[in-house]
Design a protein around this ligand. Structure first.
Ligand code: SAH
Length: 231
């Protein structure tokens, strides 16, 4: 019997490249412009793939990997803008629930609800999220758990992040893919988790903080947490 794989997906190369050093026996399958790297990660069958940035890129990649490969769970990992009070650059945020902050078919459907699904929030796998939170905490990070919101916008002004905080006060972080992955995994009835490290505060300094953090830290940090979680 084949053991189902864990898929680790990121938007950008900077977020995933260090994990490739841990992927043993890798071979590549190329589908729709994406390279699916199949191998074993810390002894478990795994798949690493870059999705690209934004909800459509993330949804396409997630649907492809769930349809084509025997994947039991998806981990989306990368960086995000901190929204919640006390969510600082370098902290880890685990998404217990995910919502698309730019989904709005009101007044036909309630704001944020994904039409025809009856829901705005999609829940991540509790056990897996707990395991990642433990691993991140054990490797010395401040860990926050709760709502992550996604939309097709790099939030890089203090006025926009303040507006998001006012509308969704419980949102801890904002990024551009997590809720799309959540919706696709829901359709496929497959477990997922979203783990983000905070690269910026989604404010007027985000355009400076983001590249600095992404280039220096993002990928190595994910590698350490994934290694601890898989051990
Ligand atoms: N200018 C950048 C654009 C990256 S978009 C570039 O050229 O590469 C930002 C990426 O990081 C997305 O994948 C998103 O998920 C995440 N992210 C980090 N901070 C964010 C923020 N403040 N708002 C939205 N997404 C953010």
């Amino acid at each position: 019997m084949t053991v189902p794989r864990i898929a680790v997906v990121s938007a950008m190369r900077e977020e995933l490249h260090a994990l490739h050093d841990d992927l043993a026996g890798a071979r590549i399958e190329r589908v729709a412009g994406r390279d699916f790297h199949l191998g074993t990660l810390h002894g478990r069958p795994a798949l690493l793939v870059l999705a690209g940035i934004g909800k459509v890129a993330a949804a396409t990649t997630t649907a492809l990997l769930l349809d084509r490969f025997e994947v039991e769970a998806v981990l989306f990992t990368g960086v995000a803008g901190g929204l919640g009070e006390g969510v600082a650059v370098g902290d880890v945020v685990i998404g217990d629930t995910l919502l698309q902050h730019d989904m709005d078919a009101s007044p036909i459907f309630p704001r944020w609800e994904v039409p025809m699904t009856g829901r705005a929030r999609f829940a991540a796998d509790a056990a897996w999220s707990e395991c990642l939170a433990q691993a991140a905490g054990a490797s010395g990070h401040v860990v926050h758990r709760g709502l992550i919101v996604s939309g097709d916008r790099f939030v890089s002004t203090s006025s926009e992040s303040a507006a998001l905080r006012a509308l969704l006060p419980e949102a801890l972080a904002v990024e551009m893919e997590g809720a799309a992955v959540a919706q696709v995994c829901h359709d496929f009835a497959r477990a997922f988790a979203v783990m983000r490290t905070v690269s910026d505060r989604a404010d007027d300094a985000a355009h400076v903080d983001f590249p600095r953090f992404v280039n220096e830290t993002a990928s190595g940090l994910t590698r350490r947490i994934v290694r601890a979680a898989f051990a």
